[in-house]
Design a protein. Sequence first.
Length: 155
Amino acid sequence: MSINLDKTDRAILRAVQNDGRITNASLAEAVGLSETPCARRLKRLETDGAIEGYRALLSKSTLGIGVTAFALVRFGVHDRRLADEFEREIQALPRIVSCHNVSGSADYLLHVVARDLEDYGAFVRDVLRALPGVTSVESVLSLREVKSDAGLPLL
């Protein structure tokens, strides 16, 4: 479902995407509204689903996460039941940051984090390869993050 956004809605979304803890007073000033109409618009954007939630950005290095990897997962047999079971199990694995069902030579692309290469290797061997339907896992390791999740563009 797509909603219509005007210039002010887009400005509000940009501001809260950049700082989820921005006060209503600061947000109102930034977008050129008084506080009450700004709060109403923000609430409408939340209710309409344009804003799904708020979260903190955590430091990988401070939390001891030294490896970011992208795992290309392939299935040998394309069975809906196996795919559903795989997707259910993926939801319970916190070190998988995101999972995408993709086109091309792989069936899924996983964004995975680990303490170090040994930790990642054990995760692939003991967890990923044991998931339902998985016949192969190809890993691509990030050497350096050039651009982090900067939020969604407001097209």
